[in-house]
Design a protein around this ligand. Structure first.
Ligand SMILES: C[S@@+](CC[C@H](N)C(=O)[O-])C[C@H]1O[C@@H](n2cnc3c(N)ncnc32)[C@H](O)[C@@H]1O
Length: 413
């Protein structure tokens, strides 16, 4: 493991490993041996479809041929993104945090694929519950009701297998209902209302019209997502590509728009404020995470074969809760910033763009000669990390007396 990688909690990791093992042993049963080279070719084909060949994405990606890559690799490599996003959302929002304390949690997974998102949820839940129970006297068994929509019938079948194995590893009872149909179906709004959380990972972008200078979703898509956001806590995850992330940023602004009679939602993560996204001003900027997470040994081995050496989990996300009139928008301290670039190397100093709790984008800097263990997180923190800066310098220069620390958990409203 790389020293800078985040280690997922043991309970989380064992859920992801259990699902990975399901497909590894299935592969060995059918072929007699795991053909890593064939799997690597399938991973590259599907990655190309997600990135450079996006025009054929919605037509081709539900194809049965891609299942081998989805089950054998993307499931275990994408589930941690859901875990990271939920960890952050739960640290900022009581509505997300309390999901792990319910006796029964109802989850709506839209564009569920082979189950990376629901498995990621179960993996997060396993750790959140084991942490909660470390402090509790009684360990009640939890029930998870998963309702999934997935266009592709082969993926929908795999989904059920994946989540059953994940639920067993997470030590929860599960009820699974998968519908092999479009999530724009008329039944979804009522299901959303009856859900405790709605998840949608890398599926919305398939509705995106790609030809814009500054891509945006169609008004019908925005209205549909606003309906989900009004109904329950919502987690959207999208690929960290300019087009898909810019569309998510525009969608975020539409959900919190104060010009509307009432905003649909309050953002709990990753943004620290409810103002318009300041990064939308430049069409070549897009706001995404780059997190070092320890991969499973199998994902690490496949990454080496396909030539992915960086190993960072790249994704963009948005976690919201329904807007409540009268609730304070945010309890984020004024000293909080979110680091939204990698380190920008300049001679004798480190510069990074940060998004502040007041909604301003600033270029902050730390001179090498003024760096101290107390402010080192400004340099070492990953892109996407939220920290506090005390005292906040008026001139954006972090001096030797400034303490940069991780943002402590806070609740919404
Ligand atoms: C990239 S995969 C991601 C799957 C899963 N959310 C995950 O994180 O692994 C996108 C999935 O969304 C499904 N999808 C896209 N648009 C959809 C729609 N309108 N209704 C239902 N499923 C959809 C696709 O068939 C595909 O399986």
């Amino acid at each position: 493991m790389n020293a800078s990688q985040q280690v997922l909690p043991a309970a989380t990791r064992s859920v992801i490993l259990a699902v990975e093992e399901l497909y590894r042993s299935a592969d060995q049963t059918t072929t007699g041996a795991t053909d890593d080279a064939a799997l690597a070719r399938a991973i590259i084909r599907l990655s190309d479809l997600y990135t450079s060949e996006r025009r054929s994405l919605s037509r081709e990606q539900a194809d049965e041929d891609h299942l081998i890559a989805k089950c054998g690799y993307f499931l275990a490599s994408d589930a941690p993104k859901v875990v990271l996003a939920l960890q952050e959302a739960a640290a900022r929002s009581t509505s997300f945090a309390q999901l792990s304390r319910l006796d029964c949690v109802r989850v709506l997974d839209l564009g569920a694929g082979v189950g990376a998102t629901s498995c990621g949820f179960l993996a997060w839940l396993a750790a959140a519950r084991s942490q909660a129970h470390a402090n509790a006297t009684q360990d009640r068994r939890m029930r998870v009701e998963l309702h999934a929509f997935e266009l592709g019938a082969p993926a929908a079948r795999a989904y059920e297998q994946s989540v059953r194995v994940a639920a067993e590893a997470a030590n929860v009872d599960v009820e699974v209902h998968v519908e092999a149909r479009d999530f724009r179906h008329k039944s979804v709004p009522a299901l959303a209302q009856a859900s405790d959380v709605i998840l949608c990972q890398t599926a919305l972008n398939e509705l995106l019209v790609e030809d814009h200078v500054d891509p945006r979703h169609l008004p019908a898509t925005v209205d549909m997502v606003a309906q989900w956001a009004r109904a329950a806590p919502l987690l959207l995850i999208e690929p960290a590509l300019r087009s898909t992330t810019r569309a998510l940023m525009a969608l975020r602004d539409a959900l919190v728009a104060h010009s509307a009679a009432q905003p649909a939602a309050t953002v709990v993560a990753p943004c620290l404020h409810q103002h318009a996204c300041p990064m939308r001003a430049k069409v070549d900027d897009w706001c995404h995470e780059a997190r070092r997470v320890e991969p499973t040994p199998r994902v690490a081995a496949l990454d080496r074969i396909v030539g992915r050496r960086d190993g960072r989990a790249l994704f963009a996300y948005l976690a919201t809760v329904p807007f409540r009139k009268g609730a304070p928008n945010s309890v984020v301290p004024e000293s909080a910033i979110r680091i939204v670039t990698d380190t920008l190397g300049s001679r004798g100093k480190t510069e990074r763009v940060v998004c502040r709790a007041d909604g301003e984008l600033r270029l902050m800097r730390l001179l090498d000669r003024e760096s101290r263990p107390e402010n080192a997180l400004f340099v070492e923190g990953e892109r996407g990390m939220a920290v506090t800066v005390n005292p906040m310098p008026a001139n954006d220069r972090i001096g030797p007396e400034v303490v940069v620390a991780p943002l402590a958990p806070i609740g919404e409203g």
